[in-house]
Design a protein around this ligand. Structure first.
Ligand code: ADP
Length: 318
């Protein structure tokens, strides 16, 4: 079983030849709307890979919020604990794509994702953890979260997950706006970051395999049992504590060779797949291969939700 605490966001995407100038009203070429958010994407991936998955999150009482429930139900994600906020609207991302230069500019408004209270999360976790027999927790239940909900909600849930014996995964993405409390990292079994987040958190620039190793070791010292840094087309590096005072142990997981079309969602697929496999009792090394395959499949297709892989696809690539 996988419990995900995280965000639900609607992307409103406008395509125009170029970005508008300040004060200009530019006629665009195309408009599209996509549901996503790191919490949503990661929960959907875990469910697609066959894990029994529950999502804790918050949306507004608006049309954007309405759209998530049938989508989660269709994916088989338990949405009992996706609450609705009467005052804050659903989180949105206003994306402009300038087609002539192939770049985008985004204004993200977390809205309901940040009004989700620690108390609501605490109650949801209590019910989720209480609703199952201990027996159902072996192989270990997995708790997975990111940094798109308030830090207090993350800390509360991590604490409860830890106390209940769940395996905890923190995907420290996007780069947190506030400094994450040091005690947070000590409640984390596996920290997953991409190279930008790792560079920021470790306070160094990752540009070689050597600097990636150094960053992973620094992050390991902050408290987690394992650190995974995803490196796009290069794959991922995994660092863990050495036994009996031995130096940290590193392993490199090379990426699958695929044709990249759109990298959106790769990190989410990676985390969702990692959690799903671990919840089925797989060792970390095997879960990492599944995560790598899930990330690779995601970059071969456009968008986030449509590109998240199924279990059959991951198995075929492996
Ligand atoms: P994020 O989306 O957070 O920036 P990454 O770009 O590091 O994360 O991608 C996450 C994972 O997805 C990588 O570790 C790798 O396993 C897979 N991946 C990403 N890009 C590619 C690619 N071009 N080819 C193969 N696998 C990829």
């Amino acid at each position: 079983r996988v419990i995900v605490l995280g965000s639900l966001m609607t992307d409103l995407v406008a395509r125009a030849p170029r970005f508008p100038f300040p004060g200009e009203s530019l006629i665009g070429e195309e408009f599209a709307m996509f549901i996503g958010g790191k919490g949503f994407n990661q929960a959907v991936t875990a469910a697609r890979l066959g894990a029994q998955t529950s999502l804790i999150g918050n949306v507004g009482q608006d049309a954007f919020g309405d759209a998530f429930f049938p989508a989660l139900a269709a994916e088989g994600v338990d949405c009992t604990y996706v609450s609705r906020d009467a005052t804050a609207g659903t989180g949105v991302g206003c994306v402009t794509i300038a087609t002539e230069i192939g770049q985008n500019a985004i204004v993200a408004l977390p809205r309901a994702n940040l009004t989700l209270s620690a108390e609501t999360v605490r109650r949801a976790m209590e019910e989720l953890l209480g609703s199952q027999q201990r027996a159902a927790m072996t192989p270990p239940g997995v708790f997975l979260t990111q940094c798109e909900t308030g830090i207090e909600t993350i800390a509360t849930a991590l604490h409860q997950a830890r106390a209940a014996g769940l395996l905890t995964i923190l995907n420290a993405a996007p780069i947190p706006q506030e400094t994450l409390p040091a005690e947070l990292f000590r409640m984390v079994d596996i920290l997953v970051v991409n190279e930008i987040e790792a560079s920021f958190l470790a306070g160094l620039t990752i540009d070689t395999a050597m600097t990636a190793k150094t960053a992973a070791e620094r992050l390991l010292e902050s408290g987690p049992q394992h650190v995974i840094i995803t490196l796009g087309a290069l794959g991922a590096t995994w660092c863990t504590h050495g036994e009996n005072g031995a130096p940290p142990f590193h392993r490199w997981q090379r990426a699958f060779n695929v044709q990249q079309v759109d990298p959106t969602g790769a990190g989410d697929a990676f985390c969702g797949a990692l959690a799903a496999r671990l919840s089925m009792g797989a060792p970390l090394e095997e879960a990492l291969r599944w995560a790598n395959a899930a990330g690779a499949i995601t970059v071969t297709r456009k968008g986030a939700l449509p590109s998240l892989p199924t279990r059959t696809e991951v198995e075929a690539l492996l």
